[in-house]
Design a protein around this ligand. Sequence first.
Ligand code: AMP
Length: 126
Amino acid sequence: MPISGLPPYDDTNIFARILRGEIPCKKVYEDDWALAFNDINPQAPTHVLVIPKGKYCSFADFSAAASEAEIAGFMRAVGKIAKDLGHEAPGYRLLANMGADSGQEVPHFHVHLFAGRPLGRMLPSS
Ligand code: AMP
C-alpha cells in the first residue's frame, strides 16, 4: 500500500529487475532482508548499494511502511556489510537519496555505502 503523497511502487525499476534476477548484478551480500551489489558507476573504490527485498520506493516509504523486522533486518545488513568489507576503520559513508532534490534516480529505496579513500565534504559547497 503506497504511503499517502508518494507515487506507487514501479515494478519495472532497475533494482526490482535485479531482485527478480532479470538482470545481473555483482552481488556483495544477500540475506532475508537485503541484497547488496556493486554500483555500476562507482564514485569511490568501494561503492556498494544495499536494497531491501521489499517493494519500497524511497526512504519515506520504507521508514513508514516496512515492518519492524524488515527495518531491523535491513539496518543490520548495512552494518554487517560495512564491517565484513573491512571499512570500520578508517571509515565509510552511508547515503540515501529521496526524491527529486536529492537526485534519486532509481525508485527503489537503497543505501549507498562509499569507502576506500578520504571522502571529502559531506555536500558540495554550492
Ligand atoms: P540514486 O541516484 O541514489 O537513485 O542512485 C542510483 C544508483 O544506481 C546510481 O549510483 C547508479 O550508478 C546505480 N545503478 C543504476 N543501474 C545500476 C545497475 N544495473 N547495477 C548497479 N548499479 C546501478
